[in-house]
Design a protein. Sequence first.
Length: 691
Amino acid sequence: MKEFILQDNFDLSTSQIDFKKQLNDEQLKVVLNAEGPALVLAGAGSGKTRTITYRVAFLLERGVSAENILLVTFTNKASREMTARVESLLGAYPKGLWGGTFHSIANRLLRVYAPKIGFTSNFSILDSEDSKSLIKVCVKDLNIDTGAKRFPSPAKLLGIISYARNSGQTIQTVVESRYPSFSELTHVIDRVGDLYELRKRAADAMDFDDLLLKLKDLLYTDAAVRDRLANQFQYILVDEYQDTNVVQAQIINQLASIHKNVLVVGDDAQSIYSFRAAEIRNILGFPKSYKGAKTFKLVTNYRSSPEILSVANASILKNTTQFKKELEPVRPSFERPNLVPASNQRQEAEYIAQQVLALRDKGTKLSEMAVLFRAAFHSQALEFELMKRDIPYEYRGGLKFFERAHVKDIVSHVRLKVNPKDEVAWMRVLGLQTGVGLVTAQKIIKQIAGAASLEEVLAREVKVGKRAGAGWESCRRTLHKMTMEELPADLIRAVTGGEYRDYVEAEYPDFMDRLDDLEQFALFAEGYKEVRTFLDEVSLTSDYGAVRDESSYESEKMVLSTIHQAKGLEWDAVFVINLVDGKFPNGRALEERGGLEEERRLFYVATTRARKHLFLTYPITGGYDTLTISQPSMFLQELPGDLFEQVRLKRAAVQRSSWDTDESTIVLDDLGERTEVDVSGLSFLRGVDEL
């Protein structure tokens, strides 16, 4: 194939696209001059999609054949959007353009070359459910005793195996660093992984990881195939390069090995997916990996007000491992972001709900408002408040709090405390036990029928098989703990502090987040003294949220989302909540290599989602009966105070006579209840005029 050589003397006046008019200077430099290896550091809201699109259109207009261009994106939606924009610019569909996700492109290539690596071109692709089913078969074939304490579920096993493969680590390394509670099972997980690979190959099937791994292996082991493909792809463009893992970077390296025209676009300040094996060193090390690489910066921000960008720019300064850049605003000056300390999570939720309604009354649509949080359990108090006020919301990245499986599990346990005849609750609780299936559960229910209390249930003699017997004994231990408690919060902790914790740890890859959910649920329950009242409130609220009349607010919904799910999105008004140390930054993340800097990048991503209004909120205290004091997030403490509008809430305000350095207490006044609090450690509060 003859290589197309881009000429430097192209006359832009002959183009049907007015590049100079439609691009700013930063974008234009990339479009016109990104020959050879090029790194584009695209800040938030700087028009990276536009830049990539115009670069592709420029190449096609200059005479590069569409089939010689490879455009790699992270979502099919992004690929379709970019291709549609190119078509709009050129007035014709770029037929032959290789565009898509890493997985879709790998699939296309492997359909041609699979026979070279021992598969047929008709290989099957296993989705995650298929993979978990096959893992389950492997565990059974190996005669592994899954009744052993804390044995990982198929989903957990798949997560461990997948992370190891995508990060290029051994299973032992992954288990030791990320799942230390399963260290004694490393050799067993290894055996499952090995058999899983053999069973896939025997079935002529690949999972999603295989699509990338097999393509990488093919490129590294078959020089003829590698050179054929590398010769074909004269220009390679990769979006969101900061989110690539080791395998994806290796694939790009091989495909670009001949022409070296590889343009990667990304923002190291928005690299937040290490838990998916994304490797920030791919983008940070690009200039070293590709000799002579050019570096471009897109820092003109079209999204946010200057005041919001001041916070964003300052928030990322303390990261040492980064490419330095500063976002520059285009939008006119607006209002400073609001910094809002609240006395507790309840008041924080009330404040946000009030502001949402106030903004709506002033013309901001609910769909243009979002509440962002570090972890899913942070939203529980707010969700309850929104439902009470009939403010419709959409939860991104998962189920609403009361709809989550582990929350329903706990509610079912608590229901048995007040109604041991509740067959539905028994079916759910028994279904969690090892060796207890549907038939066995029904047998147990028949044997305990008529019991008027959990004490009577425990007094019954239940006859089941040996394996189910172990599961029933585990259930009995939990029920026994519940008989000794009367308060809703204590009942929840009786369940989560025992056998159920082992179940969650073995069942779910994100078990720590789920346990955090349940502790938050217990804190919420501390506001109730009667179990029946608590259950009624939870059940009615959950149902109410499910059957809400959507005719109000023109069926609009505000968005509640984890920050990870919000990446790439934007709203007029953004609330970032629960900004306290231990929650954000996440305490567990700080124990990992590079964890603090990734948490800071996550905060940066959150702030840059807002166009006009940004609210940063946090509760000063936590708990109900036991008052605990929270330290404001270190990310807030790192920021100059004059970047914010300090908000003092009318209720539960922090009362003070002065902030002398000797003063070590403040008084919280919440609905007439005054509590002295030691704040000697809250250095961030000193010098703040109003809270």
